[in-house]
Design a protein around this ligand. Structure first.
Ligand code: CTP
Ligand code: MG
Length: 233
């Protein structure tokens, strides 16, 4: 199967897109829901394909929707589509297994972060290329954070200056991500968590507010606004 973007690129992007979108409310799987008339996944893949270093894209689709997702993405970019798994980590593992020989940098990028600028994809890839085994894009935490216990009783205030909100794409040397996935099956919410468990240093780079994860209805409305106001390319 030939499904390459830039044949000289050194990056494979895995796109977990098999989630239901429970927090978005009833409807189709989240990646297939419309944002300004096109599925979230189409927006995400178009931006990934616009990043010049990308050689291969592997999408983990809802298992029941593999064929429609293939048909939907064919006009957007040459991508490999595989059935996703029961949790995000299983979907990432399925996509990782489908990466052809070649790319030595692997990025994992949520379909739900549909407006992520290609420049962020490039900056994460560049940080891996320059010698870091694991790279995550982050934003400072703006709210005060409290730790709470039983009965919503406040236990204390966390020092916000040491906290970061973590986005995707998360970038890895391919061998490092493959080893981390092979070593653990405890489901975590991100891939950097897996490599941290292996003792691999994880480096932060600046994230982007446009890489917001569409999770709740408010996020979808915000993404619609950003597109209509031409705030997001
Ligand atoms: N994901 C996946 N396979 C799963 C679960 C999640 O590929 N079994 C993907 C989602 O499609 C999404 C990304 O992981 O692109 C981040 O997950 P999240 O925002 O939690 O999406 P959903 O699981 O779809 O949403 P919810 O938790 O509200 O159901
Ligand atoms: Mg989820």
């Amino acid at each position: 199967m030939t499904a390459q973007l830039n044949p000289r690129g050194d990056v494979a992007v895995l796109v977990p897109a098999a989630g239901a979108g429970v927090r978005l409310g009833p409807g189709a799987p989240k990646a297939l829901r419309p944002l300004a008339g096109e599925p979230l996944l189409v927006h995400a893949v178009r931006r990934i394909a616009a990043a010049p270093s990308v050689h291969t894209v592997v999408v983990a689709a809802p298992a029941a929707d593999v064929e429609p997702v293939r048909a939907m993405l064919a006009p957007v970019a040459p991508v490999i589509v595989v059935p996703g798994g029961a949790d995000r980590q299983a979907s990432v593992a399925a996509a990782l297994a489908a990466v052809p020989a070649g790319p030595e940098i692997v990025l994992v990028h949520d379909a739900a972060r549909a407006l992520t600028p290609p420049a962020l994809i490039e900056s994460v890839a560049a940080a891996v290329r320059s010698g870091n085994d694991a790279v995550i894009p982050v934003l400072p935490v703006v709210d005060t954070i409290k730790e709470v216990g039983t009965g919503e009783l406040v236990l204390g205030t966390v020092d916000r200056s040491a906290l970061r909100a973590v986005q995707t794409p998360q970038g890895f040397r391919r061998t490092v991500l493959a080893a981390a996935h092979a070593a653990t099956s405890d489901p975590l919410t991100d891939d950097a968590g897996l490599v941290e468990k292996q003792g691999v240093p994880v480096v932060c780079v600046p994230g982007s507010e446009y890489a917001l994860k569409v999770t709740r209805p408010f996020d979808l409305a915000l993404a619609e606004y950003l597109l209509s106001a031409r705030q997001a390319g």
